[in-house]
Write a new protein. Structure first.
Length: 257
């Protein structure tokens, strides 16, 4: 058993607190930016465009992630506390909302610059798992999105939550949705990069499968509980995302021919 009593604040500059979760977002974006420009993008023109694309991504992630959390996970609360919607420092971001934000931002960017949408979405799909890895580690440090009660050898006691031994579900997600997914997508990228959209579809399929299965070890949101039979909101959204990924995979491979 491991006892988790980490401080969510990484360090403080004067009166400003720099939290691990914020650092995870920043480092993840910087990694994706550098990795794409040095390893994945070959044309100089596209490298220059990618610099502009990053700003679109940041806006899409922040707005989409926040609004996704507001409307999917806690609409009633925020309906009564509208002034708290922009208060990102209080926590509350949704992966699925951020995903929608990224897609919309990419469509707007590519329409403006007359580029292929899936070329850029595939780049995001390849590098996003590292951001997810860092985000889940930050969740673990923050003692949030914790697992269900368990007495397994590697169980964790989150002191800031209760005295129960729990699954370190954040670490499971960091490993599978982060590291393993990153390795798999990078393994296939060189072979499938010419088929725009295939990498994005594989990201959706694999992420959804990993998330759906790991959710069985994760405590459902306290204010939501199980939303459909014994399935959490995360599992319901993952099931929908899986269907979308499978459909996209079918379209990109054009099995009709």
């Amino acid at each position: 058993m491991f006892i988790n009593n980490f401080d969510p604040v990484a360090f403080q500059v004067f009166s400003i607190e720099i939290r691990w979760y914020s650092l995870a977002y920043v480092i993840g974006l910087i990694f994706g930016w550098i990795y794409c420009k040095t390893k994945l993008i070959r044309e100089q023109k596209l490298k220059n465009l990618f610099d502009d694309y990053i700003s679109y991504l940041i806006i899409g992630i922040i707005i989409g992630g926040r609004l996704g959390y507001v409307f999917i996970y806690n609409p009633i609360y925020f309906l009564n506390n509208i002034n708290e919607i922009p208060m990102l420092w209080k926590g509350g971001m949704s992966f699925h909302g951020a995903l929608i934000g990224i897609i919309i931002a990419t469509i707007l960017f590519c329409k403006k610059h007359k580029q292929k949408v899936f070329y850029f979405l595939d780049l995001v799909a390849v590098t996003a798992p590292i951001g997810i890895f860092l985000g889940r580690v930050a969740n673990f440090i923050n003692s949030e999105l914790y697992g269900r009660e368990s007495d397994i050898l590697w169980s964790v006691k989150f002191i800031q939550v209760d005295n129960l031994n729990r699954h370190p579900s954040q670490i499971y997600e960091a490993i599978f949705e982060g590291l393993i997914l990153f390795l798999i997508l990078n393994l296939f990228y060189k072979k499938l990069s010419k088929k725009n959209g295939v990498i994005s579809s594989l990201f959706l399929i694999l992420f959804s499968l990993f998330r759906f299965l790991i959710e069985f070890t994760r405590s459902p949101d306290s204010h939501l509980g199980f939303v459909f039979y014994k399935f959490s909101m995360g599992q319901v959204l993952s099931a929908l995302l899986l269907c979308g990924g499978l459909f996209l995979f079918y379209i990109c491979n054009d099995f009709k021919k």
